[in-house]
Write a protein that binds this ligand. Structure first.
Ligand code: ADP
Ligand code: MG
Length: 295
């Protein structure tokens, strides 16, 4: 019987921090020939830090901007929100502005109503900043040459630019090796990120990813996975965010980073407990071995 072999492999995986929700996915994994990776928190550590900030609103002081941004971002679980909060000095509670409406829009940013003004904190396109404007803003920052891997987060008040943050993230220690090993197995690697072209390409190049998809809404991640499936590929998707969950659901094998969002972990078929990408490779090897035993 093949059952003992499957159970032995599943427990082997579990000992290595790879949790399969069903043996079916362990059996499928060796057939995967396309793997789509989320960027932030998956290829990168997902602990971005603020490298530079400008507060430039025409009628709101730096102090007030900090208060408002703090009050809004403290409602978000996004790694960029956490980074912004830790860069902002502690704000006294009694002066915190009141948030009347708060909305988290996965892949784009957060929006809130504060004393009748609509504040948006998020990506360039969504906040209404043009590429040209971004280029101009970044060119004024000294010591920032050419294309950088920074993620830029914009803050607007009723569509007027109020502040922007430059955040840097680092590629995971095991990322480059894991990608290379997958490519040696003839697996095509894709990146699907909500970040802009600039941030996506810099991390994509460092990680040596085959194809880079940027400015992806959660639905765009789904579409890409579906498109590859229609081409008869067996597709795995790996991610950590709420924005990755729909794509994890449609992939042949959905893999979540264990320290990721609840939505990703609940939707995925496999969980890498310690966020370690090298475990993905180990899981594939287990699957290959299992298929040889079963044959
Ligand atoms: P990825 O797909 O790389 O994990 P996300 O889809 O989570 O990235 O985020 C995409 C973009 O949405 C970010 O680069 C950022 O511009 C914006 N964003 C989302 N949530 C927030 C937030 N809470 N604060 C600031 N920016 C945000
Ligand atoms: Mg992510």
């Amino acid at each position: 019987s093949t059952m003992p072999a499957l159970l032995a492999s599943l427990s082997n995986a579990a000992r290595h921090g790879i949790l399969f929700k069903s043996g079916v996915f362990l059996e499928k994994l060796n057939m995967v020939n396309v793997i789509a990776f989320d960027k932030t928190g998956t290829l990168t550590e997902g602990c971005p830090t603020v490298q530079h900030v400008e507060y430039i609103h025409s009628s709101t002081s730096r102090e007030d901007l900090v208060q408002i941004i703090h009050a809004i971002e403290k409602n978000s679980n996004h790694p960029l929100a956490k980074a912004i909060l830790s860069a902002i000095q502690a704000v006294p509670k009694e002066t915190a502005p009141e948030i009347t409406v708060y909305e988290d829009i996965p892949g784009l940013g957060v929006r809130a109503l504060v004393h009748g003004t609509v504040w948006k904190i998020g990506s360039r396109g969504w906040t209404g900043i043009s590429e040209k404007q971004e280029h101009q803003l970044l060119s004024t920052i000294e010591g920032l040459e050419g294309d950088t891997g920074y993620t830029v987060v914009y803050v607007t008040a009723d569509d007027e630019l109020a502040a922007y943050y430059l955040l840097g993230d680092t590629v995971r220690e095991e990322t480059v090796e894991a990608i290379q090993a997958l490519q040696e197995k003839q697996i095509l690697t894709l990146m699907l990120t909500g970040d802009t072209k600039r941030g996506a390409e810099s991390i994509g190049k460092l990680a040596n990813i085959d194809e880079i998809g940027y400015s992806c809404m959660p639905e765009d991640k789904v579409k890409t996975v579906k498109r590859w499936k229609e081409r008869q590929a067996v597709v795995a998707m790996i991610g950590d965010g709420v924005n990755d969950a729909p794509a994890l659901a449609v992939a042949d094998v959905g893999v979540a980073m264990g320290m990721g969002s609840d939505a990703a972990i609940e939707t995925a078929d496999v969980v890498l407990v310690k966020n370690d990408l090298s475990k993905l490779l180990y899981a594939i090897k287990l699957s290959e071995r299992l298929s040889r035993i079963v044959k």
